[in-house]
Design a protein around this ligand. Structure first.
Ligand code: ATP
Ligand code: MG
Length: 347
């Protein structure tokens, strides 16, 4: 077995009658890391998070934090901070009382509560808003209150379930940076659920890609983007072209060019290449294609190129002065072998 993390999950499974929402999840999160759970709607992200928090009982599996088995421990004794998509603040209470709530429940002495609430509110940059009601704050400010409320109890693990999805794009960006900055400053171990791959890649130390209740790949953002282990990961993390082909004798053919295929692969395959990793080759070289569509988007030139009856999307960064090729123009395409991923096609 691999080295145990600060948070260690083994065989975590959730079944609802015949339906398996999460299947046999193994995961180790080192202390102080921010890990994203990334995947499409319904893949089991929230269910996994809620099992870790103890809000949903696991069908089987174990959850260990800092060497302590929490599997049978009730939620309120798991020492985890939770932040959800809806802020779920108490509308009739001031910001300070909202943040103090968890400490009051824990019967922390009054003067200590006052000090810690002040600190937590400062941490999320809301000093001065202590006596406001939640409705007097913007969405982003309310989400910061929810974050302060989770952090004030000094949880061993912070669990965030799509905390930014109710915010507009600009605020979401700001809050991403802020959450990451606070998480690193406090050195807190955290799980961040999102279906936004940009959020997962840019904010987190590691990313767990989930698909239909299973862990599809765990890795750093670079691992996932540059070395996706499955077709699902390649297409979910970053954008990619998908071409159908057939593997035979260790290689795959695209428009007359042969590409090495992974050992043991034969039959129908999917070939994936990211649009910005394709270049135009010098005249008469490369994989032959024909421009089907050209779009000048300012910072990039986007082409649809027909290659052997399939369309490849190609993106070139503009530098100024380039000619926009017209539809019908014959071109040659080239790419580096390491930028091509070949996977067995799903039956
Ligand atoms: N109480 C329940 N009873 C039956 N099925 C459930 C229950 N809760 C969740 N599920 C199912 O489990 C699957 C995983 O749900 P979950 O909420 O974990 O998905 P998610 O990855 O968080 O999706 P989203 O991105 O939409 O929030 C879904 O198919 C869902 O319908
Ligand atoms: Mg969810």
């Amino acid at each position: 077995m691999s080295e145990q993390g600060f948070l260690s999950i083994r065989g975590l499974t959730k079944r609802y009658a015949a339906f398996t929402a999460v299947e046999d999840l193994d995961l180790d999160v080192p202390r102080g890391e921010l890990v994203a759970f990334l995947g499409p709607s319904g893949c089991g992200k929230t269910t996994s998070l809620r099992m870790i928090a103890g809000l949903v009982p696991a069908t089987s599996g174990r959850i260990v934090v800092d060497g302590k088995d929490l599997t049978e421990v009730p939620t309120h004794r798991r020492d985890m901070g939770l932040v959800f998509q809806s802020y779920a603040l108490f509308p009739h209470m001031s910001i300070a009382r909202n943040v103090a709530f968890g400490l009051e429940m824990r019967k922390v002495p009054k003067d200590e509560i006052a000090r810690r609430v002040k600190e937590a509110i400062a941490l999320v940059h809301l000093t001065g808003k202590e006596e406001h009601r939640p409705t007097q704050l913007s969405g982003g400010q309310q989400q910061r209150v929810a974050l302060a409320r989770a952090l004030v109890v000094r949880p061993s693990i912070l669990l965030l379930d799509e905390p930014l999805s109710n915010l507009d794009a600009k605020l979401r960006d700001e809050m991403r940076n802020e959450i990451r900055e606070i998480q690193q400053r406090l050195g807190i171990t955290a799980i961040f659920v999102t279906h936004d791959q940009g959020e997962a890649l840019t904010m987190c130390d590691k990313v767990v890609v989930m698909n239909q209740g299973r862990l599809e790949q765990l890795g750093t953002p670079v691992d996932l983007y540059e070395r996706p282990r499955t077709a699902f990961v390649a297409s979910f993390v970053g954008r990619t072209n998908r071409l159908a082909s057939v593997a035979k004798d260790g290689s795959v053919e695209i428009a007359g060019q042969r590409i090495a295929a992974p050992a043991g692969l034969s039959g129908p395959v999917e070939v994936m290449i990211r649009p910005h990793r394709i270049a135009f080759a010098p005249a008469g070289e490369g994989v032959p294609g024909t421009i089907a569509k050209a779009v000048f988007a300012g910072d990039i030139l986007q082409y649809d190129v027909e290659v052997a009856g399939q369309i490849l999307s190609v993106e070139l960064a503009t530098r100024g002065g380039e000619t926009v090729l017209s539809p019908g123009t014959a071109v040659g395409l080239s790419w580096r072998p390491q930028d091509v991923f070949v996977y067995g096609a799903a039956a």
